[in-house]
Design a protein. Structure first.
Length: 328
């Protein structure tokens, strides 16, 4: 019991860094439990996205991202770490074992945790250099996970672009998708302060407004034509698409993909390379099948699609208080 109490403060700091990971609609779908030997990361099933993520694939990818942040922070605080995926009543969670080392450590990606962000703006059209791209693509990848790049102007880039537009056509004609998205938009500072999650008006590049005004305004903007016009500007300003794939469509591979994804994002942040998600082709089964068939990805499962490039920094998404995500 004394050891658990002694670890509380140190482990809370590691959880603080873990919560800076990305998640779908910034739902932050995680809970943490401090145990004597380390930290457990559990899914928060009260913050799921049943329309866009019915199998909780993106949720478990987010848990993997949080795990990588925790591991990087723990390493920077001189902990040796091991982790495993456990299953309790068909709900998977991650157990991280932490042992304090007497050797001081420096982790090259630790400083990137606070700076990583999703940048949904229009980029400056500059290509990422071959040297930087190679370094990003050859980061340590977890088992069964791969990363593929497609340069702006290449035939596969254009194919992916078409799938994104097709995905917008499907999602923007789905009232359930639009209702779910609007539910997670925070239209003003009061909304942000109350929830400390979701897609804020600043992140979306919109002015603050009362919710009763914001909802119909946003709903009017959620059309195929407007979404495609906006996405085309952003896509055509980007350097590459980056596609993250898994060999198996399983929870363990989703978590491993999240670990690899966050490792990539932290390194990209260190290199001041912006990124944003364009996931409709990975969220719609019919388009996922087309990606698997048409792209040179060895019939692996497409899970996360991002665009990268260069842009000015944007507003950061809020995070819930640590006490709200630690459960005993």
């Amino acid at each position: 019991m004394k050891k658990l109490k002694d670890n509380q403060m140190a482990f809370r700091e590691l959880i603080h860094y873990a919560t800076k990971a990305p998640s779908g609609h910034n739902t932050q779908p995680w809970n943490f439990k401090i145990i004597e030997t380390g930290i457990e990361i559990h899914p928060d099933l009260n913050h799921v996205l049943p329309v866009v993520d019915p199998n909780n694939r993106e949720l478990y990818i987010s848990l993997g991202c949080a795990l990588e942040n925790l591991l990087v922070a723990a390493n920077a605080r001189s902990y040796n770490c091991t982790w495993e995926i456990l299953d309790e009543q068909n709900i998977h969670f991650i157990k991280v074992n932490l042992i304090k080392s007497k050797i001081d450590k420096i982790h090259m990606l630790f400083s990137s945790i606070d700076l990583r962000q999703t940048n949904r703006s229009i980029y400056n059209t500059k290509y990422v250099s071959e040297k930087d791209l190679k370094e990003l693509l050859t980061i340590d990848k977890e088992k069964n996970i791969n990363i593929y790049s497609f340069k702006r102007g290449d035939i596969n880039f254009e194919s992916i672009k078409d799938y994104i537009l097709e995905g917008n056509n499907i999602q923007m004609n789905d009232p359930d998708f639009k209702n779910e998205l609007i539910h997670w938009i925070r239209f003003n500072a009061k909304d942000v302060s109350k929830t400390k999650n979701g897609l804020t008006y600043e992140v979306m590049g919109s002015p603050a407004m009362p919710r009763f005004i914001g909802k119909p305004v946003v709903r009017s903007l959620l059309s195929v034509k407007k979404q495609n016009k906006s996405d085309l500007k952003k896509i055509n300003s980007s350097s590459h698409f980056i596609l993250f794939t898994a060999k198996n469509n399983t929870v363990s591979d989703w978590i491993s993909l999240g670990v690899t994804l966050e490792r990539f994002l932290l390194l990209a942040t260190k290199k001041r390379i912006a990124n944003a998600y364009l996931n409709p082709p990975c969220e719609i089964d019919s388009l996922t099948k087309k990606l698997r068939k048409s792209l040179p990805i060895h019939d692996e499962y497409p899970n996360i699609l991002i665009r990268i490039g260069y842009a000015e920094r944007v507003a950061f998404s809020p995070r819930k208080d640590i006490k709200a995500v630690i459960h005993q």
